[in-house]
Write a protein that binds this ligand. Structure first.
Ligand code: ACO
Length: 310
């Protein structure tokens, strides 16, 4: 049985914080942020919009695109490091709000790689025939855990949500291979401190990401007997345009074949890949029969990649 994406959705808060706005908050400047990160602006959720609210809107769009009713969802998996509350989970909140009456629900903690862990988990449940349809969401209100006095991190982060309905697809389509990984020894490079704020050793995470993203991409395509030259479209975690371009260049992929949302949205942790996927589907950048690779990395340290035939 082949398992793939039936529909995608995303949600972005309307409030925009530009680099010029950041200059009023910390000692930084537009030029530094653009050249070092590729970010021009980011979205920030209003006070009364929490992580589950953004997830809800993204999920509704994905269900609509997939033409699947909420009551037909068997499992809801929400990847987030910024849940409304540790419990009840965001996935349980959604189960109620969507009316997904028969769905089981759990949140996944794999930081920025969370959506990758989510879709791979969904694939297992569907392949074993335990479930037919799984809703996977990456959603983050990173502004809640941002240290607005740390210029090394606050300029990078933004809020948003992305979702995908995973289910059975026609033969030869869908998720063809995957790789998931973790290195707990690297946990100290990227974590949430006792004040609930995100702390990052930017240089160490940078080195890890530049190595891991191309390596995982090559691994997933080689697992299906292809090489990096066969990749039609790459959706990397949107952490820094320099990391993304370094990976792209190592893989020999041209600029038009890589999803880039970081310019407008910054780094949205677990939401960045599903948001970029949803935008790429809607803008027609992913074409029928394309070999697509999604690849992410993040706190843990964790990483994950999938190859899929669209
Ligand atoms: N504005 C102006 N100057 C700054 C800023 C800023 N916002 N931030 C740092 N600087 C300064 C530093 O203080 C330093 O000054 P110094 O040389 O006088 O000490 C100088 O700029 C260079 O700092 P570096 O940290 O070496 O800058 P670098 O080129 O490494 O860029 C960055 C920093 C953008 C954080 C980069 O390391 C990076 O992108 N790392 C990876 C981040 C990442 O991928 N995170 C992913 C996980 S987080 C998540 O996904 C939620």
């Amino acid at each position: 049985m082949d398992v793939g994406v039936l529909g995608t959705g995303h949600y972005l808060p309307t409030k925009i914080l530009t680099n010029k706005d950041m200059e009023k908050i910390v000692d930084t400047n537009d030029e530094w942020i653009r050249t070092r990160t590729g970010i021009e602006e980011r979205r920030i959720a209003e006070d009364d919009v929490d992580t589950s609210d953004m997830a809800f809107h993204a999920a509704e769009e994905a269900l609509k695109e997939a033409n699947v009713k909420a009551e037909d969802i068997d499992l809801i998996l929400v990847a987030t490091v910024t849940p409304d509350t540790p419990f009840p989970s965001v996935s349980c909140m959604l189960q109620d709000r969507l009316g997904a009456t028969k769905a089981a629900a759990m949140d996944i903690g794999a930081a920025c790689s969370g959506f990758m862990y989510g879709i791979v988990t969904a694939k297992q449940f569907i392949e074993t025939k335990a479930y037919k349809k799984v809703l996977v969401i990456g959603t983050e209100k990173l502004s809640k855990i941002t240290n607005w006095e740390d210029r090394g991190t606050c300029v990078l982060l933004g809020d948003g949500a992305g979702a995908a309905v995973i289910g059975e697809v026609s033969e030869g389509r869908g998720i063809l291979s995957f790789e998931l990984g973790a290195n707990g020894a690297g946990g100290k490079e990227l974590y949430q401190n006792e004040d609930d704020q995100l702390v990052m050793n930017g240089r160490e995470v940078y080195k890890f990401a530049v190595r891991q993203m191309p390596e995982s991409t090559v691994n997933v395509v080689e697992k299906i007997g292809h090489s990096k030259e066969d990749v039609d479209y790459l959706i990397p975690h949107q952490a820094n345009i320099r990391i993304m371009n370094a990976a792209r260049e190592r893989l020999g992929i041209s600029e038009d074949k890589m999803a880039t949302t970081i310019k407008k949205y910054g780094n949205n942790s677990s939401a960045s890949i599903p948001m970029a996927l949803s935008e790429s589907v809607k803008s027609g950048k992913i074409k029928d029969d394309d070999l697509v690779v999604l690849v992410g990395f993040g706190g843990g340290l964790t990483w994950g990649a999938v190859s899929l035939r669209w």
